[in-house]
Design a protein around this ligand. Structure first.
Ligand SMILES: [Zn+2]
Ligand SMILES: [Zn+2]
Length: 170
């Protein structure tokens, strides 16, 4: 099976919204920052980073709200208008202007989240102490150098997004 024809379906709790990712994500983050802990009400967020144009809403519609973020720029939450479950977020300010084109899919909203454990754990300086991270998965007290952690094929995908943005803004 090639990357292009794999789809991963997900949705909200009430069934109003269904969506699909049309490929694997570029990378999955386990984020242990206090902001993610608060927003999720749990111990860490599991976010699959994927190009916005590889996410299709297949049923229903969504609403967006802006939630304060650590940068001050805000984080946009895309939610079901009925049950209010958040399906993905966008960081409005990201390095290289990628905020609009990379969605952070909440892995727990996939019908089968199991294939996407965190590839990297971040902001472990505020990790809740009972959370024991698996050995062999990179973990950083804050963030990391993308080129050192992302798989090569994902770096190619990210570079393609960057060149699209450069063309649009030049
Ligand atoms: Zn819903
Ligand atoms: Zn976080």
């Amino acid at each position: 099976m090639t990357e292009q024809n794999e789809t991963y379906k997900g949705g909200c709790a009430c069934g109003h919204v269904r969506y699909e990712m049309t490929s694997k994500p570029m990378i999955t983050h386990g984020c242990h920052c206090r902001w993610c802990q608060r927003e999720s009400g749990t111990s860490f967020a599991v976010n699959a980073l994927i190009e916005a144009d590889r996410v299709n809403i297949t049923k229903g519609d969504v609403v967006e709200i802006i939630v304060p973020s650590v940068s001050g720029a805000g984080q946009r939450f895309t939610r079901c208008p009925k049950c209010q479950v958040t399906l993905w977020t966008n960081y409005l300010v990201m390095t290289g202007g990628l905020g609009e084109v990379i969605r952070f899919i909440r892995v727990g909203t996939l019908d089968n989240p199991d294939p996407f454990p965190p590839d990297v754990h971040i902001f472990t300086s505020t990790k809740q102490p009972w959370v024991i991270l698996p050995s062999g998965v990179p973990a950083f007290e804050e963030y990391f150098v993308i080129e050192e952690i992302w798989p090569p094929e994902s770096l190619v995908r990210r570079a393609a997004l960057s060149s699209t943005i450069e063309k649009a803004t030049s």
